[in-house]
Design a protein around this ligand. Structure first.
Ligand code: 26W
Length: 808
């Protein structure tokens, strides 16, 4: 009998290509291949296809003489890329089937792809969403950043205490990237400047290294366009000093390479507090210089004339981390292209835009002047010259007095002299934007008030957004399918079309199916938490979630104290009809941020006590999920019923987690802060739970001399909870552990936890009441999904493209 291939063993051409890749590029056969080999073979096969689109995109931009967008960011929190690429190329099914025919489960290999965490939090994730939207909108764009060998640390909890471990995302290599050995740029540090005002200025750096490009393709929705994320790595200019080696100094001879490697080794895990380290300034200059050199080189290659740079390049500074780019471009224009200072300044200002992401004073970067001068002597000279020019303009402007002049100056003269990076970025850009309406208003009124008076047309608002591909289509396939069933597929190409879902909010059968999808997502998350933490959750309970960096202004403490108060209430009134609730928290604390780490420990201590207390009868469960990252967010957000966005009003610039939750059908409990305000405007007052002081009220209260002790004394519930925590109820092994943290609430309470507590607790009880009305809750959740399409990063990028970059 001749053996005919049965349909089950017929391999598609795609399956053959994957096997071919496995053999020729990885050097294994099917029988020896492990999961990682299949992952790599799949990515490489897909990449081979992407390359053609990538090159076509580059050629088209070139042929059109198009203006390019350059997004400079010290952080890109991109997460996993395989599912994103498959989904955007519409190849999910085909690749899944090809792998299945090889006995490989696509979902399983997707799960082992490392989560590329080259960022801390919101700012880094925003950069990743923007890159995807730029490609989706078919705009030629490059992201520039650093290829950190160790990105964001991995968080482990040892008995509730955060332990930071290095994340080795490159351990298995990185099949997505192309190393561009030929794209190397000389980066200098230190040394001296010779020459004078009249003659040619020469900077002779004392140290040098090479910046090497690594390119990762960024695929837009429907594979329309593929852009480049170019991350820089460092290589010693002299990898080995042979003279030293031959003289017997074998280690010293390699010091240059070690220094280069140290530069790109770690992402500073500081969220919002200025790192204040020489290495951080070196990183900033290293990636800024490499990027600006690359931009200038490309411009000259394509367009010949440096003077047309601002017509062909829009360079966006993601916060002040790349602000030294302003001085670097000036240096190249004046010293290398021999333009006059004034002409160079005009070109520079027209090319740059600057986005501010926080008003926290501790996050405003400034560098000690002696350090800056030692590392970058030529840039220091140029900054003095820029400052002289800006201050001359300021003195000629009516209403700007000496105090305002001091605030506008690029040099902080109060105490130890420092270079102010925000002032440099502001002065060197034609556009300065905030990331939500309130934040932009506060920029004008507070930190930048004097610069705003000098340049009143410069500050503008661009409310943040999120990519609906990753944050709906990929992370919530069941909800996506349900929406498609109801309103058709158009919303996949234009998130504003989700609006059509509004009419289904009152449809009983749709609400039922919506509830079933949410429940199945909750079952999935419960299984993960059971397996990873051993905590059993009831998927029919209300899932109340706060996931984000741990910071006092984000007020995880308010949430935890209210949880303690609720626990107390349930125990005192077991007869009442309590809403079953699961409280989930997650997030990383900066390694040096003592209180943030203590807040994590408190969450863990509270969870331990409540989860093991039979008298709450499982009505309340608490879990702090370790190692929160992009991939975990993709699992948690679709399973949330309630989204905690409870920052002290005026302190969260925008928030973007708030948008992701609403898009996945969670109701927000939040303050009138950041983008919450605009979310409320879109979903309607009935479909969001707002509480607490407004930004104006917070400012007024601080000015009036806020007395938190009175607030605590005035609230029996709050007092009881704070005193229980302070007296060691949740830390019997160390009763004094939270004494200091709780005393802080009595003494200063800068973040107004006490002032907002009663209002927050009342809002939570109103949530309980709403939850009892299943249909009402689901209707409101559906209205959230229907009305937050506006928060797509496609809308945001469209605004940047039109108003700031002039590319649309
Ligand atoms: C100098 C070190 C440093 C590090 C991080 C300074 C400042 C930061 C920021 C606070 C980073 C950040 O992630 N900001 C967040 O940006 C998001 C995107 O715009 C906003 O949604 C968040 O509200 C804001 O906190």
């Amino acid at each position: 009998m001749t053996s005919e291939a049965t349909p089950a063993t017929v391999r598609s051409a795609l399956a053959d290509r994957i096997v071919d890749t496995l053999i020729h590029r990885i050097g294994k056969d099917e029988r020896a291949a492990r999961k990682h080999d299949w992952l790599e073979a799949t990515i490489l096969t897909l990449r081979d296809e992407i390359i053609h689109k990538w090159m076509a995109s580059t050629r088209a931009a070139h042929a059109a003489g198009a203006k390019r967008v350059y997004y400079l960011s010290l952080e890109f929190l991109i997460g996993r890329l395989l599912r994103d690429a498959l989904s955007n190329l519409g190849r999910n099914e085909e690749v899944g089937e090809a792998l299945a025919s090889l006995g490989v489960d696509l979902a399983e290999i997707e799960e082992i792809e490392p989560d590329a965490a080259l960022g801390n939090g919101g700012l880094g994730r925003l950069a990743a969403c923007f890159m995807e939207s730029l490609a989706t909108l078919d705009l030629p764009a490059y992201g520039y950043g650093i290829r950190y060998v160790n990105g964001m640390f991995r968080q482990r909890l040892d008995d509730g205490w955060q332990v930071e471990l290095p994340e080795t995302w490159l351990a298995h290599g990185n099949p997505w990237e192309f190393e561009r050995r030929e794209s190397a740029y000389f980066i200098g540090f230190g040394g001296e400047v010779t020459g004078s005002e009249t003659g040619q200025v020469r900077w002779k750096p004392a140290e040098a290294l090479d910046a090497i490009a690594y390119d990762t393709p960024v695929v837009g929705w429907r594979g329309k366009r593929v852009n480049t994320l170019r991350l820089w790595s460092a290589r010693a200019f002299d990898p080995i000093r042979l003279d030293a080696f031959n003289a017997g100094d074998h280690i010293g001879a390699l010091a240059g390479q070690a220094r280069a490697e140290a530069l790109v080794r770690v992402l500073y895990p500081s969220d919002s507090s200025s790192a204040g380290q020489e290495l951080r300034l070196r990183q900033e200059y290293f990636f800024s210089s490499a990027s600006i050199q690359d931009i200038v080189r490309r411009h000259i290659q394509y367009f010949k004339d440096i003077r047309t740079l601002p017509d062909k390049a829009a360079i966006q500074l993601n916060d002040t981390h790349p602000a030294v780019s302003v001085a670097e471009l000036m240096r190249l224009l004046v010293d290398h292209h021999e333009l006059s200072f004034d002409e160079a300044w005009d070109i520079t200002r027209r090319a740059f835009g600057y986005t501010n992401h926080t008003l926290l004073p501790e996050a405003l970067e400034s560098w000690p002047l002696p350090l800056f001068e030692r590392l970058l002597p030529r840039h220091m000279q140029l900054i003095y010259a820029i400052n002289a020019k800006v201050l001359r303009e300021a003195r000629r402007t009516a209403g700007i007095g000496d105090q305002a002049i001091a605030a506008i100056s690029l040099i902080d003269e109060g105490g130890e002299r420092r270079v102010r990076m925000a002032n440099l970025a502001f002065a060197g850009s034609h556009s300065v934007n905030g990331v939500a309406a309130l934040h932009t208003e506060l920029m004008k009124q507070t930190v930048f008030s004097d610069l705003h008076r000098l340049y009143p047309d410069r500050i503008n608002n661009k409310t943040n957004g999120i990519t609906p591909r990753r944050w709906l289509l990929e992370c919530n396939p069941c909800l996506t399918a349900l929406i498609r069933d109801a309103i058709g597929p158009d919303f996949q190409d234009d998130a504003s079309k989700l609006k059509a879902l509004e009419s289904f909010a009152n449809d009983a059968s749709f609400r039922e199916r919506f509830g079933a999808v949410k429940r199945s997502n909750k079952v999935g998350l419960s299984n993960y938490i059971k397996e990873s933490m051993g905590v059993a959750l009831d998927p029919d309970a209300l899932f109340d979630v706060q996931i984000k960096r741990i910071h006092e202004y984000k007020r995880q403490l308010l949430n935890i104290i209210e949880t303690v108060a609720l626990y107390d209430q349930i125990r005192s009134h077991p007869e009442k009809d309590w809403t079953p609730r699961v409280k989930l928290l997650g997030g990383k604390a900066a390694s040096s941020y003592h209180n943030a780490k203590l807040i994590i420990k408190l969450a863990a201590d509270v969870a331990k006590r409540i989860n093991s207390d039979p008298s709450v009868g499982g009505l309340l469960k608490v879990a702090f999920v370790p190692n929160y990252n992009v991939s975990l967010a993709e699992g948690i957000i679709p399973a949330a019923d309630l989204s905690e966005q409870i920052s002290t009003a005026g302190m969260e610039a925008s928030g973007t987690g708030n948008m992701k939750f609403a898009l996945n059908g969670a109701l927000t409990i939040g303050t009138l802060d950041g983008a919450n305000i605009e979310i409320k405007d879109h979903v309607g007052d009935e479909n969001i739970i707002i509480f607490g002081l407004t930004a104006d009220e917070v400012a007024a209260k601080r000015a009036d001399g806020y007395r938190p002790r009175d607030a605590i004394e005035g609230s029996a519930e709050l007092k009881q909870a704070v005193n229980a925590i302070a007296s060691g109820v949740f830390s019997p092994d160390d009763p004094g552990r939270y004494q200091g943290l709780m005393n802080g609430l009595y003494d200063h309470d800068w973040f107004m936890v006490a002032a907002d507590f009663d209002s927050y607790a009342a809002a939570q009880r109103s949530v309980d009441a709403r939850w009892a009305d299943k249909d009402g809750w689901r209707g409101a959740a559906i209205r959230n999904v229907a009305n937050v399409g506006w928060f797509s990063s496609d809308r945001t990028i469209g605004e940047y493209a039109r108003d700031i970059w002039g590319v649309m």
